[in-house]
Design a protein around this ligand. Structure first.
Ligand code: ATP
Ligand code: MG
Length: 340
């Protein structure tokens, strides 16, 4: 009797400012994972500096890879690994290059199959990696630093964009509001924390596209509305009630996201909604979506909301099982669309 060896995928994610590596067994069992965050390097600039990000990935990736393989008990990668899944886009080209070139070199040296993964398909798979019951068709709300969109997942690999933001992503709006308030970077978690102590009705702010019947988002006007509130308070010589401003901004941002999810559910008739991306960690959004009547909401644990390699490995495994893989001509595409 032969014992079938497990299918082990090495996941590599370097699309923005997190260097992440993991070893995934089949679709859901994480054997080891590691993340090297660059927050400290970018914080003085109040945002991600692309050149700094690429250099940090270059320094972090190989030591992180060595530690993660060791933790997963991979002593002979050429024999033990079945697949290398790497983020190929969208993202910062210099950051993507570090991951893609490293993955190609490793795939060639170890003679292991390679698959390039779309980062957004990765975010979508953060939920698949932890919810065995999540099968298409379902809707996916992706809310991150660079994207805000609702995708109809007809089947794995068949994605239809139902709506997206016309300007800023919601995570970007959180970061910009945090900057206006003099809070740290990234601003989302801090605004979320302070909002819990504030009054969401202190400053009535417009809910973006509230009265439009299109599935779409817009957050730059909301950010400007916050700026006007701050300017008015300043002019009146009043102190800035930071927690109240955070709570008021968050109320409008969350209402917009929840309203458009409700609309997408009504229009499509699909009642299962998976939420992912950094802003899926937001406490108010998680609560509001979970309270939607007649809708089944899937949320990843907080660690799989922001960028990580587990979601990339999970997507890569699924893509490979569907019969797709990449060859050594794989190159990063900063604006790779979500389609296959
Ligand atoms: N609790 C929270 N509340 C609101 N926003 C949050 C929270 N936690 C993280 N964020 C936001 O999530 C964003 C980071 O998410 P993520 O890492 O998925 O984005 P990204 O990888 O930079 O963008 P993309 O995936 O679109 O390329 C930041 O804008 C951050 O402020
Ligand atoms: Mg991301």
């Amino acid at each position: 009797m032969t014992v079938e060896s497990p299918f082990l995928t090495l996941g590599i994610e370097t699309s923005c400012d997190d260097t992440a590596v993991c070893v995934l067994e089949n679709q859901r069992t994480v054997l080891a994972q590691g993340i090297s965050s660059q927050i400290e390097e970018h914080a003085p600039f109040g945002g991600v500096v692309p050149e700094v990000a690429s250099r940090c990935h270059q320094e972090a990736l190989l030591p992180l890879l060595r530690r993660t393989l060791e933790k997963a008990g991979i002593h002979n990668p050429a024999r033990q690994l079945s697949l290398i899944a790497v983020t190929a886009g969208p993202g910062l080209v210099g950051s993507l290059l570090v991951g893609v070139m490293s993955a190609k070199a490793l795939a060639q040296a170890w003679e292991v199959s390679l698959v390039g993964v779309n980062h957004l398909e990765g975010h979508l798979f953060a939920n698949v990696a932890v919810h065995p019951s999540l099968e298409p068709p379902f809707l996916s709300l992706i809310v991150s630093g660079g994207h805000t969109e609702i995708v109809f997942v007809r089947s794995f690999g068949e994605y239809e964009l139902l709506g997206e933001t016309k300007d800023d992503a919601v995570g970007e709006a959180y970061d910009k509001v945090a900057k206006l308030l003099g809070l740290g970077y990234p601003g989302g978690p801090e605004v979320d924390r302070l909002a819990r102590e504030g009054d969401p009705d202190a400053f009535p702010l417009p809910v973006p596209l509230e009265h439009s019947d299109e599935i779409g988002f817009s957050f730059s006007g909301l950010k400007t509305a916050v700026l006007w509130v701050l300017r008015r308070l300043e002019k009146e010589g009043k102190p800035i009630p930071v927690a109240h401003v955070c709570a008021s901004f968050q109320k409008a941002a969350v209402a917009s996201l929840v309203g458009k999810v409700r609309l997408a559910v009504l229009r499509s008739g699909v009642r299962r909604v998976a939420v992912s991306g950094g802003v899926a960690a937001n406490s108010a959004l998680r609560n509001a979506l979970s309270a939607l009547p007649g809708v089944e909401i899937f949320l990843p644990p907080l660690s799989l909301c922001t960028d990580n390699a587990v979601m990339i490995a999970a997507a890569g495994y699924n893509i490979y099982r569907r019969g797709f893989f990449s060859d050594l001509s794989l190159s990063p595409d900063p604006s790779l669309p979500l389609s296959r």
